[in-house]
Design a protein around this ligand. Structure first.
Ligand code: FMN
Length: 187
């Protein structure tokens, strides 16, 4: 099929998470979409934070942060934390903050699934830091579990889509991973 060049600015749909950190002794929260799983054992995740973010300062200071997965019910809270900086407004006042085992990884009580993380590697990029971090604990509300496992139908995460800057919930089931492709194997 014929292809057309559309320049260099396409972004795949991205998970929306909220990052918690402690800056100068005070908790702060920002929204992030550049988040990924990196490794199984140990469990490592990666997140790319602009050098100018207030939150970034806290992660550099303490080597700890939290990742909080909002449900569609928290879409306004997540957007708010991505709109204003903790330098200008106390966003933490709108968060039900709790802590796990790490002292500098404040978590968002409104989010049904949260993780506390410890930085293991910091990659300096031209305008971002890419933090590789080990998950020190995952905290989950029972309401989003089925048979002890996270149930995405209950968790109801959402993604950021571009162009259009829209938040979208998960769509329909289109196949089972590591299974549907078997029909093409060996042909
Ligand atoms: C949906 C969404 C996704 C975002 N993703 C990122 C991201 O991955 N990395 C980043 O540095 N900033 C990202 N931002 C921007 C920050 O959340 C925003 O600049 C925020 O105000 C920073 O807050 P702080 O200065 O209190 O840390 C995102 C914003 C929104 C609304």
């Amino acid at each position: 099929m014929a292809k057309q060049s559309i320049g260099d600015n396409f972004t795949y749909p991205m998970p929306v998470v909220m990052v918690g950190a402690v800056i100068d002794g005070s908790p702060n929260f920002m929204t992030a979409a550049w988040f990924t799983t990196l490794n199984v054992a140990p469990p490592l995740i990666g997140i790319s934070l602009d050098k100018d973010r207030h939150t970034t300062q806290g992660v550099l200071e303490t080597g700890q942060f939290s990742i909080n997965l909002p449900s569609v019910g928290q879409v306004a809270l997540a957007d708010y934390c991505g709109l204003v900086s903790g330098r200008d407004e106390n966003k933490a006042a709108q968060i039900d903050i709790f802590f796990g085992s790490l002292k500098s990884a404040p978590m968002v009580g409104q989010c049904p699934l949260t993780m506390e993380c410890r930085v293991t590697q910091t990659v300096e990029l031209p305008d971002h830091y890419f933090f590789v971090a080990e998950i020190a604990g995952v905290h989950c509300e029972e309401t989003v579990l089925t048979d002890g496992k996270v149930d995405l139908e209950k968790l109801q995460p959402f993604v950021l889509t571009m162009p259009g800057n829209a938040y979208k919930a998960l769509g329909e089931h289109v196949g089972n991973a590591w299974e549907i492709g078997k029909a093409l194997q060996g042909k």
